[in-house]
Design a protein around this ligand. Structure first.
Ligand code: ZN
Ligand code: ZN
Length: 360
């Protein structure tokens, strides 16, 4: 079988390797989403990565073979599945209490194990979730990043009347906004802090006037009803986003809650006096649990049934795997790109709104 290995200079090399006999469920990846983690790996900014590496952890695939060892599961050949790409160990202190997302021995495919840019993958059935028939591959490939957002939302528990500030207007910012609008519609006030003018333009195109875009945290309106209980979703996680959280905590009433899901920078400056005196809540959120994954599939299914406009307006760029070296390095550094997807069987680069490739 073939696989595409990424080297430390961000060049992909197609290799033919000998296939081991499958022990679990043999799947064939159909679409592979790209996220910030892949970009960091490509830029060599992620510590602990061993190159060459087969990346790819946002995966829609088709079942091609089911080995005997896993014969008891309910999957059938040709079923489409999404892959839970963080294998938990079931025996560490976190797994024992059901915190699979923080498993200390986590195997993350596409990060510390081979990922999806390959012809086949052999995956235990407990990490495979069936995709509803009507859901397209392009919708289903958003399961993994949406599960990240769903897990983070539980930390701030959005409610009607809330003011929510999302820091960062990239793919996670879009998915967070989309989810909040879907679950709470106009019952929440959504602010997005984004300084990149191209990203601001895309946010306007997708969400119109339903969101308030801030180029500076000091543009936040200091009046009712915006003064009550601000909740912050930081999709960036670096010195600048933390500084935004600290600054807005100084000008708004105390007790701001924030959840950080970006891993932008390891060491940041936090004013501990301000955290104590302004009673700032700062909570981390890492990936998701299986229940978040199931939840993400259900929500995407509901959005599909409703032809949900904010999902369908999401701008996608699809790279054909055979031309990955022509496009990948340029596009991961392009501010106009919101969601990148790799198609192992695509022929040409395509740009489209998600809704245009989804059937009824
Ligand atoms: Zn990711
Ligand atoms: Zn574990």
């Amino acid at each position: 079988m073939w696989q595409y290995e990424l080297d430390k200079d961000c060049v992909f090399h197609r290799k033919d390797i000998k296939e081991a006999p499958p022990r679990h469920v043999l799947i064939r990846p159909l679409l592979v989403g790209v996220c910030g983690t892949d970009k960091e790996i490509c830029r060599g900014h992620r510590e602990g990565i061993k190159y060459p590496l087969v990346i790819g952890h946002e995966i829609v695939a088709q079942v091609v073979n089911i080995a005997e060892e896993d014969g008891s599961n309910s999957l059938k050949i040709n079923d489409r599945v999404v892959v839970f790409p963080n294998y938990w160990c079931d025996s560490c202190i976190d797994c024992k209490v059901g915190h699979f997302n923080t498993c200390k021995n986590k195997v993350s495919i596409g990060v510390n194990a081979p990922g999806a840019l390959s012809e086949y993958m052999d995956v235990e059935s407990k990490y495979l979730f069936k995709v509803p028939d009507s859901l397209s591959n392009y919708e289903a490939v958003l399961t993994e990043p949406l599960a990240v957002v769903i897990h983070a939302m539980k930390k701030i528990d959005p409610k009607p009347g809330d003011n929510i500030l999302i820091i960062g207007g990239g793919a996670l910012g879009h998915l967070t906004t989309m989810l909040l609008l879907h679950e709470l519609r106009d019952k929440v006030n959504i602010f997005i802090k984004e300084i990149n003018i191209k990203k601001v333009h895309i946010l306007r195109e997708v969400f119109g006037d339903l969101v308030h875009i801030l180029s500076s945290i000091y543009d936040y309106p200091l009046e009712f009803p915006y003064l009550n209980g601000l909740k912050i979703v930081d999709t960036v996680g670096n010195n600048s986003s933390i500084s935004d959280i600290m600054s807005i905590s100084n000008i708004l009433p105390s007790g701001i809650r924030s959840v950080i899901l970006g891993l932008g920078q390891k060491n940041v400056n936090i004013d501990l006096y301000a955290v104590v005196r302004r009673e700032i809540h700062i909570e981390g959120s890492i990936i998701y649990n299986p229940s978040d994954f199931i939840n993400a599939i259900e929500i995407l299914y509901n959005m599909h049934k409703e032809k949900y406009e904010y999902l369908y307006r999401m701008p996608i760029i699809e790279i054909p795997l055979i031309k990955i070296n022509d496009y990948f390095r340029e596009l991961i550094n392009n501010d106009e790109v919101i969601k990148l997807i790799i198609n192992p069987y695509g022929a040409e680069l395509r740009r489209f709104k998600l809704g245009s490739v989804v059937e009824g």
